[in-house]
Each structure stands twice: as C-alpha cells, then as structure tokens.
Design a protein around this ligand. Structure first.
Ligand SMILES: [Fe+2]
Ligand SMILES: [Fe+2]
Length: 235
C-alpha cells in the first residue's frame, strides 16, 4: 500500500491531477516553511502540532487550482477540499485546504466567490489550519512579492500583499471595488499579528527553503507570470 501522505506520492498526485509545475514548487515551498512554523508553535504553545497534517495540507492546499486553472479563483480552496476527501485524505487535511485563504469567515463571504460552503466559515481554527494558511501567505509576501524588509518590520505586509490580489478577484467576480478597509484586507493584519512570532529568520536562510524558493520563482517567470507579484506599497 502506498503512503498517500508521503511527499513523493502527493507531488505525483498533484501532477496527475493537472497542477502546473510552478504551483507544485510553490506548494513544496509552503510545506517546507509550514513544517518549520509548526515546530516553533509546538515549542512555544505547549501543543504538539501534527506535522503529518501540516505537511500534507500544505502540499495539497492549491490542488483545486487544477480545476480553476487561473490564480484569481479563491474557490480553488473549497474545490480542493472536496478533491482530497474523494481521495481518502483525512477531514483535518481537507479543512487545512478549505481554510487556507484565511479571510472567508461566513457562508455569505464564500458564496459570493462561488465557494461550496460545506461549513459556516472557512476561518482557520486549529493550529494545523493556521500554520498552513500562514505559511502560504508568508511565501507570498516574502518570496513572491519579495518584500523581505516589510515582512519583518511592517505588520500590515499581509494586507499590502493581499490588496492587489483581492482587487483583481473582485473585478473578476463583478463584486465592485475593494479597498484597504474591506474586512478581507483588514483581517490580514490580525493574521500577521497572531502568527509572526512563530517565524524565525533562520527559516529562510536554510538551504532547503532557499533552493525551493529559487526554483519556484524561476518556474513562475518561465510560465509568464509577472514576478515579483503586485504589492500595495501605500495603504
Ligand atoms: Fe491558494
Ligand atoms: Fe498557495
């Protein structure tokens, strides 16, 4: 019997499902970072974070993108949850995937974005869910927007990184204008405030992370994405 939780199996599964190479590299970068954050949470919070859930949840968090294709479909999170349930992954893992956007705190929020709301809220609750969602956002700010200084010095860096993304998403879904006062953007402040203490500069100096982040950026450029990603310097 193959271990469906092993990194090797999951990377093959992502490929077979149709996740593009640059997204697979992004998912590995999120997993590498998430495991480090999980270690720190376990130490500081006197709670043993389940690393198997964190690693598989992080590797699989964007699997729904195989169905939505573009990067402006936040409903890839709910699609991903259903996909992994159908593939016999645990409920804990499905929830890490559904909750990774972080900002969907009500059925109404999700339905506006075509999400299948099988729960009232997709707000991360467990440490495993919080770690996966946060690692995704940290990779975004730190290695995709290349805002290293802001990450350490500005608690609003997640808001600044999220704003251009959500502006484009709202345009795509004809939801009107979105500005920095929208709850989706404001919520990112709390996210950074709660979780930043679990990140250490050594996490990024580590060869494994540096190597995967470099490969991810290279693949994003080859795919034709504008790298670094848009960032709202003024907020
Ligand atoms: Fe995602
Ligand atoms: Fe992601």
């Amino acid at each position: 019997m193959e271990d469906i939780y092993s990194r090797k199996y999951i990377v093959n599964f992502l490929r077979e499902t149709g996740v593009l190479e640059y997204k697979i590299l992004h998912s590995i970068a999120v997993a590498v970072l998430a495991l480090k954050i999980a270690g720190k949470v376990s130490k500081d919070e006197n709670y043993l974070v389940d690393k198997k859930i964190v690693e598989a949840g992080a590797l699989l968090h964007d699997i729904g993108i195989s169905k939505t294709i573009d990067d402006l479909s936040p409903n890839h999170s709910s699609i991903g949850g259903e996909l992994v349930r159908a593939h016999n992954y645990s409920e804990e893992i499905a929830r890490c995937i559904e909750d990774h956007e972080y900002v969907i705190w009500s059925r109404e929020d999700g339905e506006k974005l075509d999400m299948i709301m099988i729960r009232e809220s997709f707000r991360p609750e467990t440490w495993e869910e919080k770690v996966v969602s946060y690692a995704d956002h940290v990779v975004f700010v730190y290695s995709e927007c290349n805002k290293v200084k802001d990450f350490w010095e500005d608690l609003r860096c997640l808001q600044k990184a999220s704003l251009p993304y959500w502006v484009d998403v709202f345009k795509k879904y004809f939801l009107g204008d979105l500005d920095a006062t929208h709850p989706f953007i404001v919520r990112q402040y709390g996210h950074q405030k709660e979780m930043k203490k679990f990140v250490d500069p050594s996490f990024f100096a580590d060869e494994e992370y540096k190597d995967i982040a470099e490969k991810m950026q290279k693949a994003q450029i080859e795919y034709g994405l504008k790298v670094p990603f848009a960032y709202a310097d003024e907020l």
